[in-house]
Structures are given as structure tokens and as C-alpha cells.
Design a protein around this ligand. Structure first.
Ligand SMILES: Cc1ncc(COP(=O)(O)O)c(C=O)c1O
Length: 348
């Protein structure tokens, strides 16, 4: 989006010290000095950030809940949102509880609970917008009653759930806030009025949390991979089989041309067996003189098992082995397809 508006985008590494000249903190400061007529907002340490939330977000929440808010739950990044909003709300009612949402890989929670800035708490994480490897001036720890950490996975799943069940498309930190709320659920009573701030909407995350492949690659999706998914991911589609009367030399040629190492063997419309490259090789080595005209039916293995499109991939190990490297699956149109161990590895 920025590029579309004509901006030069400089992507900075996050796995470097904040003081490292490559960090986004350092690059932003440097650019502000180099570019004439530029302004470094410094969202982290510029207390106008907190002030803006004190003047806007705090009063907005107080008015819209008619002063009945009992808990504020909000992700903490630079701290401006939580500190400004909490300051206003606690001035109105000091009993309001403020719970900050943090990520794993961030220093906030441990610092709040022990006063220790523990570098061992710092590691890269996927959640965007919250958690830090520094203590920004905008985080006012005295106003935050408790920090709750949320994993990358739980945040993504919470965001997806809210989109599906409530029609609210959130960004990552919104998912964190929602998941944190669920983690803290047993601390509320029926009379509590809980406000959760969602910082961002989901349109920027369509390729991430709302993309099944992205979720699956990170192990965030608990839904099982099915045979149907493996089939959908196959690059080379189409079904190749040989006749049981076909000669091994022709079958080998076919395998080589299509870069495959196993084939179903048919008799008319029926699949009567299977043949593998290794079986052909074994036959050639054992019978060096008569292999040329051998027909498939002489060294046939049993036909590949037929499985359903909806079978979970993890159940395929019952059907696949060293001696049986593939299964057959029929699609919704009745066409047959072969699914091999290689296809499964590709899909995973
Ligand atoms: C998407 C998103 N979520 C959460 C936050 C955290 O808010 P704050 O920096 O006010 O703590 C930000 C801050 O910029 C953000 O961009």
C-alpha cells in the first residue's frame, strides 16, 4: 500500500538490538536527520502518544459505557494506548482494572512482575503490533495491573474465530487481546463491563492469519490435512496407468518420461495391480537375459488401495508402506487420481 502511494519502503530486521544501526528504531531516527523537513514521530518515547489517548480514547470509552466500565483489556506495544486510556479511566474510577496483553518474546510481563529487564525473554515472534524488546517511555507500568501473555498461535486462532462467529475481521493484536480475554475469563463476574481494544482490522492480514496455507505452515491450524488437500496441491494432475500386458521396457520409458516411480496396472477398466520402479529394477537384476519382453502381469504387486477424499492424511500410514507407496482416490467427478508419498511430503 505504501509503495502504491509512492513511498520508498525500507524493511528492517527485527532480530537485532534496538541500538543496532540496522534496527527500525535507528533507521527511523537516522532518516529524520537526513531528510530535510522531516519529523520523527518516535511513537515509543514521544509522550504525545499517551496524551492523545488520554484526550480521546479514554473519554470515548468512559462516555460510551456510561462510566460502567470495570476492566480494560488492551495490547501493549509502544504503550500509548494503554497508558493514556488507563490514566483517564483510573482518574474517573480508580477501581477499574487494566490488563495489558503481551506476547511471548517480549520483556513487558516479567519486567512488571519482577522489575527485571530480562534479555532472555527476547526472541522473534510473529504477532504484530504488541510486545517489545525495549521499555518505551509510553508504557506506564504503574497503570497496568496485570500483563497476560498470548502465543502467536492463540492470537491467530482467536482472530479467525471472531471473523467467523461475529463477522469482525481483526488484525493480529486484536486476536491477541481477544485470546487474552479468554485466558482471563475466570476472573470476571457477570456484572463486569469489560472493554477490549482492537487496534487494527484484518484486511492487512488476509495473506497471513486468514490464509489457511500460512497458518498450516506455522503449525497454527488444528484442522487435519485431508487427502483432498493433498490432491489439490498436486502440481502434475492426470492419471497414468499401464495395461497388465505392457512390457517392462515400455513401462520404464513411461516412468522416466513422467518422472514417476510407481504406476497402477489395469485390465480393461479395472485396476488389477501396481508396479514400481524398484520392482522392475529388481526383476532386471535377477533376470538379466529375459527382462526385455517381460510383461507387467508377471511381476505385479497388489493394486493400490482406494481411499476417500475426506480421509485424514495421518490415517494414510495404514495404507502406505515401503512396498505400497501410493493410494488411489476418486474425485467428485468420479475421475481417479494417484496420491504418492512424494505428493504427501510436498503438501506437508
Ligand atoms: C496493530 C497494532 N496493535 C497494537 C498496537 C499497540 O498499541 P500501542 O503502541 O499504543 O501500545 C499497535 C501500535 O502501533 C499496532 O499498530
Amino acid at each position: 500500500m505504501l509503495k502504491a502511494h509512492g513511498a520508498d519502503v525500507i524493511v528492517c530486521p527485527t532480530n537485532v538490538e534496538p541500538t543496532d544501526p540496522r534496527s527500525y528504531y535507528s533507521i527511523a531516527e537516522k532518516l529524520s536527520k537526513e531528510i530535510p523537513n522531516s519529523f520523527w514521530c518516535n511513537q515509543y518515547d514521544n509522550l504525545s502518544n499517551t496524551q492523545a489517548h488520554y484526550e480521546s480514547t479514554g473519554p470515548e470509552i468512559w462516555d460510551q459505557t456510561d462510566g460502567k466500565i470495570t476492566h480494560l483489556i488492551v495490547g501493549v506495544g509502544t504503550g500509548g494506548t494503554v497508558s493514556g486510556t488507563a490514566k483517564y479511566l483510573k482518574e474517573k474510577n480508580p477501581n477499574i482494572k487494566v490488563w495489558g496483553i503481551d506476547t511471548y518474546g517480549s520483556v513487558f510481563k516479567k519486567y512488571k512482575e519482577t522489575g527485571i529487564f530480562d534479555e532472555k525473554e527476547i526472541y522473534p515472534y510473529i504477532t504484530e503490533g504488541i510486545g517489545e524488546d525495549i521499555l518505551p517511555k509510553n508504557v506506564n507500568f504503574d497503570l497496568i495491573d496485570h500483563f497476560e501473555k498470548v502465543t502467536d498461535k492463540d492470537a491467530a486462532i482467536a482472530a479467525r474465530r471472531l471473523a467467523r462467529e461475529e463477522g469482525i475481521l481483526l488484525g493480529y493484536s486484536g486476536g491477541s487481546a481477544m485470546a487474552g480475554f479468554h485466558q482471563l475469563a475466570n476472573r470476571f463476574t457477570a456484572d463486569d463491563v469489560v472493554v477490549i481494544i482492537f487496534h487494527d482490522h484484518g484486511s492487512r492480514y488476509i495473506g497471513k492469519i486468514y490464509n489457511d496455507d500460512w497458518m498450516r505452515e506455522r503449525g497454527f491450524l488444528d484442522v487435519e490435512l485431508k487427502v483432498r488437500d493433498v490432491l489439490n496441491k498436486k502440481v502434475v494432475k492426470g492419471f497414468i496407468s499401464v495395461d497388465k500386458k505392457d512390457k517392462l521396457k515400455d513401462i520404464l520409458k513411461l516412468m522416466k518420461a513422467n518422472d514417476i516411480s510407481q504406476l497402477p496396472v489395469s485390465e480393461g477398466d479395472e485396476l488389477v495391480g501396481s508396479i514400481t520402479e524398484s520392482k522392475i529394477l529388481e526383476h532386471i537384476l535377477n533376470n538379466p537375459l529375459k527382462n526385455i519382453d517381460t510383461q507387467a502381469e508377471e511381476i505385479l504387486d497388489p493394486a493400490f488401495p482406494v481411499v476417500s477424499l475426506d480421509m485424514p492424511v495421518k490415517e494414510l500410514n495404514k495404507y502406505m508402506s515401503k512396498t505400497n507407496p501410493a493410494v488411489i482416490v476418486k474425485d467428485n467427478m468420479g475421475a481417479s487420481h494417484i496420491v504418492t508419498q512424494y505428493d504427501i511430503i510436498q503438501a506437508l
